[in-house]
Ligand binder design. Structure first.
Ligand code: ANZ
Ligand code: ZN
Length: 810
């Protein structure tokens, strides 16, 4: 080493390297067939204005992984952009009385600056901003592709509407038991409006398959439940008044146990089926029921209530006359809004029948039971049929299709798969989004805007605030919406709704590789090179929203021939949450730590390391203010040790530790075990410095390389100071030598009943037999063993051997 020892000064080092990396375009990803590609992605931020700790927590560990892969020789793409359209930005702008455009672009400027301070390997060259016409032109183009392929349609429907945000919401944007708006927490109301939908239900089955992708079970389960696939049948019951009443059931095998039927209060036949003497009671019940939310009505522990309509239907399997009831536990939005009630085998029906004294009949018996075994609750398990005439003794699984087939011969049943998921409502009656590229013409009807006319520019409008009319602010701008029909040239009207932000973010990862092209959204060759995304990292809160939409859009584009893969994200990992003072770090909890202030004081490298060190990445951890000292001290010690290192041969023990550390860190970065990888680096540095010895260059240079993914600035600086040419982020990740990592000999503590009696030395990895043999030779051990009989031995290889001894006569 030459030059004067200098103290570690992150404030000087960090901006200098950030600027240098940018000047060298170090992170600009180019196609390179000599290296395997790797597309690493972190969920794109929305421009809230300030980068908070949550951003740092999602992004910097993600960057560490990308850097590590790059150093291993991968050609890594790590892009960044902004999810700039949508309600959050618009609501914030309204609150502050500024235009959403000013608000958004001002915030983006600030966040760009903050993002640079992270020292992440963003490829800024490919930055995309979803509110730029250059981007949303293609959002509109994708809308048109879906429209032209029958996957986008417009329908009058009762949709969830937020009376505060004055817009419809997708089902996924309505949260909680009280069904509130995800943005402003106002309980939503139902509004009948013409809305645009995407047919995500067409892809329900495909979305249920997670084959070939590596995602957390938790997320797969959430999506599976959200999609909610149920196999069953539609069965037609004829009412005595002559109407067909269709039910959805997952248990056609229990038809002989159907002793009554239940209609949802909103069911269109309720009024017709109600007899005059029952009408006032039924009306009162229906009116009370429709005021409740679905969630309230579905709650399992709720007392079941209902009213008899006065009419009957006929059970198609045995022509039995069964009463028709109305009850709020049956929902109109699921299945057909009517059920056959089987109190013997459905617990809700059992409770209802018990309350109203209706027949409860057993039609399924478990082995050991028979047709007459009494029921004191619904039996929902497996078994074989009883009290079911010709289907008696047949197992449930076999009876289901057999009964459906038998009824189907008379057109009274049809196998049916039912899904909980609904089509995706994408229209918003708001200003800050891409206008939906559709024109309405008196003669030609609904006409797509020609692709060459895209983008349909969102006009600058000062009067952008939404109202409760159910139409977008754009509907007040006649000079904008008045247009010519692209087909016949007549005066026509533009669609004035804009599309949902989740549409913008459902395809952004496709755009990054192709940002150099402005005549097409995605270039075929480039897309084939980079996509799909190899590792996607983001928040759990997107488990069913964004992640489901992105999968759907990708599958649809695949089927239209635009991309060659069906799954956008080969691997997905969700980060945990940062906790401070016992609560999630968030503005509303008043417990935020501002990253800018920490960087100012300690530097970005310290903050990066601290965040990765404070807990397992996928679980999150506690942010303790004093906790930052550990990582900061580590970097200072690293600096001093490296700066003062001397030439020479490495100490054999240190060298062994080095190879063990290389092995551990190399294995743990890909699995996102940053905390333990960093702990290993710290431990290794301690061994290098043990007893105040001066480090040898060969001991610390690899440590600098191992530290680089976590703390890129200090590593690059030390790498340079060690006299290396070029960036540390080239292809130079060290490989560990298993021979050198081997412990030559180990010391095993020998205990008797948990008390230390001796230590023995033997070859690394010695067997239990060998350790016992050595231990028994120790006098101080043998003495205790002679006093009793050995009941058990516990062996922790290379560490500990414990004899559990009981008294000889016991
Ligand atoms: C008869 C039956 C017998 C049922 C039995 C279950 C057990 P999943 O699995 O969630 O799809 N159901 C159908 N439509 C309903 C609605 N709109 N509101 C409330 N409940 C409804 O549930 C399907 C089952 O839920 C259906 O199968 C139906 O009850 C009920 F031993 O039919 B079943
Ligand atoms: Zn709202």
């Amino acid at each position: 080493m030459s030059g004067h020892p200098k103290p570690y000064e992150p404030r000087e080092i960090e901006p200098r390297w950030q600027q240098r990396w940018q000047e060298d375009a170090l992170y600009e990803a180019k196609i390179d067939t000599t290296r395997p590609k790797l597309y690493c992605l972190t969920m794109l931020p929305y421009p809230s204005g300030e980068l908070h700790m949550g951003h740092w927590y999602a992004m910097t560990p993600s960057d560490a992984r990308a850097r590590f892969k790059r150093m291993q020789g991968f050609n890594v793409l790590f892009p960044i952009g902004f999810d700039a359209f949508g309600l959050p930005a618009e609501n914030a702008a309204i609150k502050r009385n500024v235009h959403p455009r000013e608000w958004t672009y001002h915030n983006i400027d600030n966040m760009r600056r903050q993002l640079r301070t992270m020292g992440a390997m963003w490829d800024w060259h490919r930055e995309t901003v979803s509110s730029d016409p250059a981007y949303y032109r293609w959002t509109q183009w994708f809308f048109l592709q879906l429209f032209k392929n029958g996957l986008a349609y417009r329908k009058l429907s009762a949709v969830d509407f937020c009376p505060t945000c004055n817009t419809t919401l997708a089902r996924e944007q309505v949260w909680g038991d009280d069904r509130h708006c995800e943005r402003c927490s106002t309980p939503v109301i139902k509004k009948k409006l013409d809305q645009w939908f995407f047919k995500i239900t067409d892809y329900a089955d495909e979305l249920l398959s997670f084959e070939g992708i590596d995602w957390p079970d938790r997320v797969k389960l959430l999506q599976t439940n959200w999609i909610g696939r149920s196999e069953g049948a539609h069965v037609t019951f004829r009412t005595e008044a002559g109407d067909d009443l269709e039910v959805f059931t997952t248990r056609p095998d229990t038809l002989w146990g159907a002793t009554f039927m239940v209609l949802a209060p909103e069911h269109p036949l309720v009024s017709k089926l109600t007899t005059e003497d029952r009408r006032s009671e039924v009306n009162a019940y229906v009116e009370a029921a429709v005021r409740q939310t679905d969630i309230e009505r579905e709650a399992a522990n709720r007392e079941k209530t209902g009213v008899f309509t006065g009419s009957y239907a006929v059970n198609p399997v045995n022509d039995e006359r069964i009463p028709l009831w109305v009850a709020d536990y049956v929902l109109m939005g699921y299945g057909t809004g009517a059920i056959m009630a089987v109190p013997g085998h459905d617990q809700r029906d059992f409770e209802f029948a018990s309350t109203y004294g209706l027949d409860i009949r057993r039609v399924v018996a478990a082995p050991g039971e028979d047709a007459d075994t009494p029921l004191d609750e619904a039996y929902q398990g497996d078994g074989f049929l009883v009290n079911s005439e010709r289907f008696d003794d047949i197992p449930v699984a076999e009876a289901k299709p057999a009964i459906v087939d038998w009824l189907a011969e008379r057109d009274l049943a049809e196998a049916k798969v039912n899904f909980r998921i609904h089509d995706w409502c994408i229209s918003r009656q708001r200003y800050w989004g891409p206008p939906i590229p559709i024109v309405y013409c008196e003669d030609c009807g609904t006409v797509p805007v020609p692709e060459d006319d895209l983008p349909v520019i969102l006009p600058r409008v000062e009067d952008f605030k939404p109202d409760d009319s159910g139409v977008s602010p754009l509907a007040r701008v006649e000079e904008w919406y008045r247009t010519e029909c692209p087909e016949c040239g007549a005066v026509a009207r533009r669609e004035t709704d804009v599309s949902d932000t989740f549409l913008d973010s459902s395809w952004y990862f496709l755009r990054y590789p192709s940002t150099d092209f402005d005549d097409k959204p995605i270039d075929e060759d480039i897309t084939r090179t980079w996509l799909p995304v190899d590792c996607y990292i983001g928040g759990n809160e997107h488990a069913v929203l964004h992640l489901l939409y992105a999968r759907f859009i990708t599958m649809a584009l695949h089927d239209m021939g635009h991309v060659q893969f069906e799954e956008p994200f080969v691997r997905f990992r969700a980060h945990g949450l940062i906790i401070r003072d016992g609560a999630k770090m968030s503005k509303s909890k008043g417990n935020v730590v501002v990253p800018d202030e920490i960087i100012e004081r300690y530097g970005a490298d310290t903050l990066r390391i601290y965040l990765m060190f404070l807990g397992p990445f996928e679980e999150g951890g506690d942010y303790r203010d004093e906790g930052i000292q550990g990582p900061h001290g580590f970097l200072h010690r690293l600096w001093d040790t490296v700066i003062n290192a001397q030439d020479g041969d490495p100490d054999p023990d240190v060298e062994r530790k080095l190879h063990q550390t290389i092995a551990q860190v190399t294995a743990q970065i890909p699995t996102l075990q940053y905390n333990t990888a960093i702990a290993a680096l710290m431990e290794y540095l301690n061994s290098v410095r043990a007893g105040g010895r001066t480090a040898i260059r060969a001991e610390v240079e690899p440590l600098v390389v191992l530290t680089a993914p976590f703390a890129p600035h200090i590593a690059e600086e030390l790498w340079c100071r060690l006299g290396n040419e070029g960036t540390i982020f080239g292809h130079n990740w060290p490989e560990h030598d298993p021979e050198k990592a081997k412990e030559s000999s180990v010391e095993v503590a020998v205990q008797v009943n948990g008390k230390l009696r001796a230590t023995v030395r033997g070859p690394a990895g010695m067997s239990q037999e060998m350790a016992e043999e050595l231990a028994r030779k120790e006098e101080n051990v043998a003495r205790y063993l002679d006093e009793g009989t050995v009941k058990r031995t516990i062996y922790v290889p290379s560490r500990l051997l414990n004899f559990v001894v009981g008294s000889a006569d016991a």
